[in-house]
Design a protein around this ligand. Structure first.
Ligand code: NBX
Length: 831
């Protein structure tokens, strides 16, 4: 219950709104205050961990003030907000990001220097918030960054996993997973909100409310509490601070004192354990659907808490529920939060007593849905019996949604039984399955893909029938983007300084169109030398990182060739390592003088495999086996080095991305929805070696085809090749055969452990068309080498690429979503 405002409130507001002073003495005071009062340190017991924690708390004090101001302001003016619902937010570190946003980096570096610490070392004390798998989770983090920077009222909603993305260790060449205990140390970047807690029901039975058409009482067997934790999202150079609200499954009231008193200790805490497990771990799959019951319960906990919170906030405005779509837009990040749709229906029907038609109208005007994949194995489906048992009310609502939808289809296309079967939200398999992508599509007013080619493909494949029924306008494209704050300014200070010099100020960081100015400097010799030097400095930094993490010494003068992303068959790391094996073979055949003329190359791999994805894990083993042999070969020396950087993460990417000469984005055409690291590498002056797939295509359109090395078959050719290879064994070209032979001869150890990888090509139908694309891939590598030898041309490519990449800022993407889907406007905070 809010109290009525008093004169003291006005004074309180004036006090809390006055910006904390930014001078060195005030900053030092606040750091020392946190060292002593928050962390109980004496001057003798300050270590870099506590130097980090105390500075982070001092920075957060400054953020908090702006954060309060932002939320209060948005409430006061009644701004429409967007809610980005995502099971994943791959945020990474926050400290440096916040220092840059507040423009206090130099001040803190000075203060830390005074007490004997280097800012870089202190920054390294922070653990990543790794609440995501890969592209989809990082996209969510970039999007909330853009919302904050562009003064859009918007929040992320997610789950506060106790264990984030697992830590990857490489033992004997194999990936071994260890838990990511990121919350074992204090986390300055979250605020527990015990007062924001919602009950979430599971299981039980339904009672129809007499006299109503669609109203039920859900008598559940189990009720858990979801409690909010808020993470601030600093907006660069603006007062606006965004928010990610993460739910944690709470255990209050689940301690059974009677069992404890009877000596049954496990039984006493059993309820707590059962509740906690819901937000204990992030499922480590990307682009595969495991179908585990716990995952369904996790998704529902998330959706229920989020929708209850959104509706509660809306109701505080006092407006009628019919106006919810004027105050809230909800974006579903893939199908994982789709239960938000039946959950909002449940709230509107059962709790608020609305009629079906009005509830459905409100719901579909509120939700929009982003699809991130076309891989069939990634499509979320839940068995009807499982859903019926865990969420009986939602199963009933989904049946009704489907019934009304099919009735409409039937009216539009009478007597088309095939269409009804294909388009039904319920798949008639045994058991029946709920097709979550179809539910998300039916319950949303917009569906979007994440790159132009991908948005076209989904209209022709998974949503083909929906285009017929619902019209083409519902299906739109929103090409992904990445945040220039983290992926340029933060991770690449050397290049950023050059851009700032050319632009004249730092305005490009929030307005990437300004990097166009680089084009005017492309012929300036002195500038070109400094551009090259910046890349070389980044390569030296990566060489140090590689030495520290793997013990392998690489030369910064070699060409750095990087593939860093989740390990997946469709991303074809196998094709990459097979080409490395072929290169190794060629080098071995050469006379020493000839070999000495070869362009030295460091091939860098990084990425995690889903814990249960056996083939992907064998690929990691093969990469490490090849690395071991090649790197120890004295005849080869620096001409070829192969590195697998363990435990890829946002922070590792911040080291790797600025240091590439070329990066590889080599998915089978039509399989990579967009890719976002392709954008990051090019924004840092690297060149792409890639297939005609995902956002590679649009990057090529923007930077010019001379600035990108394309190869491989095209998306529209894939089906025919696959069909042919289903019935015919591929005939590997000589280069590919050479690589197979070397593996089979035991050059990289026990040949039989790698035979299944070879068989996936020779006997498994070569689903990802490695045998088809290998020859053009090898040719593309030759073209890269040729181009890199002409340093002048190479630097030109690098500068022109960065200059022309403005489209791939997440600011552009967010503006498109805001204007074309969410209907929200920027509102800079004013007091
Ligand atoms: O989303 C990725 C796509 O593969 C990329 O092409 C795209 O650029 C990116 C952002 O749009 N998808 C992705 O990362 N998916 C997952 O991580 C994922 C996680 C859980 C899950 C399914 C997929 N159950």
């Amino acid at each position: 219950q809010a109290k009525t405002p008093t004169r003291e409130d006005t004074e309180f507001r004036a006090y809390s709104h006055s910006e904390i002073a930014r001078d060195a003495a005030t900053i030092k005071n606040s750091v020392v205050m946190h060292l002593t009062a928050t962390f109980l340190r004496t001057p003798a017991s300050i270590d870099s961990t506590h130097a980090y924690l105390a500075s982070a708390f001092s920075v957060r004090d400054r953020l908090l003030q702006r954060w309060n101001l932002t939320n209060e302001f948005h409430d006061r003016i009644g701004a429409k907000r967007v809610y980005y619902m995502s099971l994943e937010f791959l945020v990474g570190r926050t400290f440096d990001n916040a220092l840059l946003a507040l423009q206090l980096r130099d001040e803190y570096a000075g203060v830390l220097g005074d007490v004997g610490f280097r800012l870089e070392d202190v920054i390294d004390e922070e653990r990543d918030a790794a609440l995501g798998n890969g592209g989809l989770g990082r996209l969510a983090a970039c999007y909330v960054d853009s919302l904050a920077c562009m003064n859009y009222p918007g929040w992320g909603y997610g789950l506060r996993y106790r264990y984030g993305m697992f830590q990857q260790q490489i033992i004997n060449g194999y990936q071994v997973e260890a838990p990511d205990c990121w919350l074992d140390t204090p986390n300055p970047w979250e605020f527990p909100r015990p007062d924001v807690t919602y009950p979430v029901k599971f299981y039980g039975r339904l009672e129809h409310v007499p006299g109503s058409a669609h109203r039920y009482r859900w008598v559940s067997d189990v009720v858990y509490d979801a409690m909010a934790f808020d993470m601030p999202v600093p907006g660069y150079g603006t007062t606006n601070v965004g928010n990610i609200r993460l739910w944690s499954c709470k255990t209050n009231g689940l301690f059974d004192l009677n069992k404890f008193n009877a000596g049954d200790y496990a039984g006493a805490t059993g309820g707590q354990v059962a509740a906690q497990i819901l937000t204990d771990v992030l499922y480590p799959n990307d682009n595969t659907n495991e179908g585990k019951e716990l995952r369904l319960r996790q998704e529902y906990l998330f959706c229920s808490a989020t929708l209850q919170d959104i509706v509660a906030r809306f109701k505080r405005t006092g407006r009628p529920l019919s106006e919810l779509p004027d105050m809230a837009a909800i974006q579903l990040n893939d199908t994982h939060p789709t239960l938000g749709i039946p959950e909002l229906m449940r709230i509107l029907l059962d709790d608020e007593g609305l009629e079906w038609d009005e509830a459905w109208d409100i719901t579909t005007r509120t939700f929009a849905f982003t699809n991130h994949t076309v891989l069939p194995e990634a499509m979320e489906k839940w068995p009807v019996p499982m859903m019926d048992r865990i969420l009986p009310r939602h199963m009933g609502i989904i049946y009704d949604i489907n019934l009304f939808f099919l009735q409409r289809v039937e009216k539009q296309f009478p007597d088309d039984r095939g269409l009804l079967r294909d388009i039904s939200i319920i798949e008639e398999s045994s058991p029946q399955q709920v097709r979550m992508a179809f539910l998300a599509c039916v319950g949303s007013h917009r569906v979007n893909g994440v790159a132009a080619i991908h948005s076209d493909i989904i209209k022709q494949s998974i949503f083909k029938d929906f285009v017929r029924v619902m019209g083409e306008d519902k299906f739109v494209n929103k090409t992904n983007g990445v945040a220039p704050r983290r992926w340029m300014n933060e991770c690449n200070p050397a290049m950023s300084e050059l851009i700032t010099e050319v632009v004249g100020d730092r305005s490009w960081i929030n307005d990437l169109s300004k990097v166009r100015a680089l084009e005017a400097r492309v012929d300036d010799e002195a500038f070109r030398r400094r551009w090259w030097a910046a890349k070389q400095a980044n390569k030296r930094r990566l060489a140090d990182y590689i030495l520290a993490t793997t013990g392998i010494r690489v030369s910064p003068d070699a060409l750095f060739d990087v593939q860093a992303k989740r390990i997946h068959e469709y991303k074809r790391q196998l094709m990459n390592i097979l080409s490395v094996i072929y290169r190794y073979h060629r080098l071995k055949e050469m006379a020493p003088a000839e070999r000495a003329r070869e362009l030295p190359r460091v091939v860098v791999f990084a990425g995690k495999a889903a814990a249960g994805y056996w083939v992907a894990k064998q690929v990691i083993k093969l990469i490490n086996a090849v690395a071991e042999v090649v790197n120890a070969d004295d005849e080869i020396g620096d001409v070829l080095k192969v590195v697998f950087v363990p435990d890829y993460s946002v922070t590792a990417a911040e080291h790797i991305v600025p240091a590439s000469d070329i990066s590889q984005h080599i998915s089978t055409a039509g399989t990579e929805a967009s890719g976002t690291s392709n954008m990051k590498f090019v924004l840092n002056g690297g060149i792409i070696l890639g297939t005609v797939d995902g956002a590679n295509i649009e990057i090529g359109e923007e930077v010019g085809e001379e600035q990108i090395f394309f190869f491989g078959c095209l998306a529209h050719e894939v089906a025919d090749f696959r069909h042919y290879l289903r019935f015919h064994q591929p005939k590997p070209d000589p280069a590919l055969q050479t690589a197979f032979d070397m593996i089979q001869r035991g050059t990289f150890g026990d040949a039989h452990i790698f035979q299944p990888l070879i068989d996936s090509i020779l006997r498994g139908g070569d689903v990802y068309l490695l045998s088809v694309d290998f020859p053009s891939y090898i040719e593309a590598h030759k073209a890269v080498e040729e181009a890199y030898r002409h340093r002048d041309d190479w630097v030109t490519k690098s500068i022109l690429s960065v200059a022309r990449m403005a489209k791939f800022s997440s600011d552009r993407a967010i503006q498109e979503y805001a204007e074309e889907i969410w209907n929200i406007e920027p509102v800079p905070v004013v007091e």
